[in-house]
Each structure stands twice: as C-alpha cells, then as structure tokens.
Design a binder for this molecule. Sequence first.
Ligand SMILES: O=C[C@H](O)COP(=O)(O)O
Length: 251
Amino acid sequence: MANDPRPLVAGNWKMNGLRGSISELEAIIADAQARPWPVDLMICPPATLVCAFAKAAAGAKIAIGAQDCHAEVSGAFTGDISAEMLKDAGASAVIVGHSERRTYHGETDDMVKAKAKAANRAGLTAIVCIGETYEEREAGATISRIERQLAGSLPETIDAVKLVIAYEPVWAIGTGLTPTPKDVEQVHQTIRKHLVSLDKSSGPTVRILYGGSVKPSNAKELMAVPNVNGALVGGASLTAKDFLGIAAAYA
Ligand SMILES: O=C[C@H](O)COP(=O)(O)O
C-alpha cells in the first residue's frame, strides 16, 4: 500500500560462513549496483565477518548487521561483543532475541529489551525477534505469546529507523513449514496494533518482517500479506541466488 514502509529483506547467516563466503556478498552487491531494488537489503554474517563485510559493502546498496550484542558498553564479559563494538566494526543493525538465543542461551524478554536498548544507544537498528513455539500455537496461545513478548522485549521509546520487528514462529525456522498467509496476517496485525499503541507516529512505519522457511518459491505469497514489510531469512540467505530470489518478490 502507498504508505507502507519500504520493505527490508535481511539475511541471517547464523553460525555459517568463512572469509571466502564474501563472494556471495560480492555477488549481491554487483546485482544491487546493476538494478535498483525497491527494497532495502541487509546481510547479518557471524561477528567474525562483520568488519570485512562492512568494508566490502561500503558505498553499496546493502547494509551489514550483526546477530547479537551484549547490553553493556564494555567490561569483563568474556566472549561477548557490545553494540558499540559492532558499530565500530561497520554494522548498522543487530538482531536481538532470536529464538535460537532465547532457547540455547536462556535469553529472557528483559534481556532482549536491554540488548535492544543497547543497540539503539550505540546507533544501531535493533531487529527484535519474537515468535511462538509449536506447542503454543497448538494450544491457541500464539497471540497471547506475541503480546507478552512485545510488552517485555521492546524499548520504551520506539522509532521507525531504530527498530524492526521480526515475527518468526519457532516451529517454522529451518523446517520448511510456514504458517498460512491468514495466520501471518493475524500476528502481524497484532504487532502493528501494539506498535501504534506505543507510538502513534512511528508505530505505523516500523517494519515488521516475517521469518521462518522463506524461500524464493514462497516469498511472493508471504510478502503480499498486509503488514509484512519484508523478510528475515536464514538458510536461503546463504547464497546470493536464493537471497536475491527472495528480494525479487518485490521486483
Ligand atoms: O533468522 C532467520 C530465521 O531463523 C529463519 O531461518 P530459516 O529461513 O532458515 O527458516
């Protein structure tokens, strides 16, 4: 629709990619130079590659994001990386609260909120992930779960430049399963209502991405759902061909 925010297709490489994988980024950059995409593009490589990817993408029409950050600026937190460090490495965004972080690292809504605020403090866009489990969906608890996560995980002050929401049903991640467009619409509408209730002026334009088994073959249908403003893509973002095949849903 006319007032919809510009879509964003973001690739989350998770724990995949070595230095040689930069060839995939280079292929995306070459494509993005050759034709104007009506969509913002972003790749979130593992932390080891953020600096090199940001250098390669300098001046190109693709942003580089990271996959997690610590809530503090610096300190005795072995193995952790702050939002300020990611900014310094060239990232412009960071994913927080991905279900894999929530599951394998015990991240709570409170922790995710602190990370989202840290991202904004450092000048990064926070891509806040939420989503229900299979059991919650089966129990009819999807909407209440989403509302709880929104209430607990978002910064008090929201801004359409600094915040992106990614709805990722846990059961759809990496499984090849996706919710029906009607189910996606219901959740995205709930998220939009929550955002508008937080801020009448920014709420309508915060981008809400869908994530979970997005592929070139299903992207068009999913991206056409009202209030779906792009995708957060895992597996299919690892090759330029599939990633651009998804972005082509907007071509
Ligand atoms: O962050 C991305 C999501 O977890 C989706 O992963 P997937 O596209 O491999 O299902």
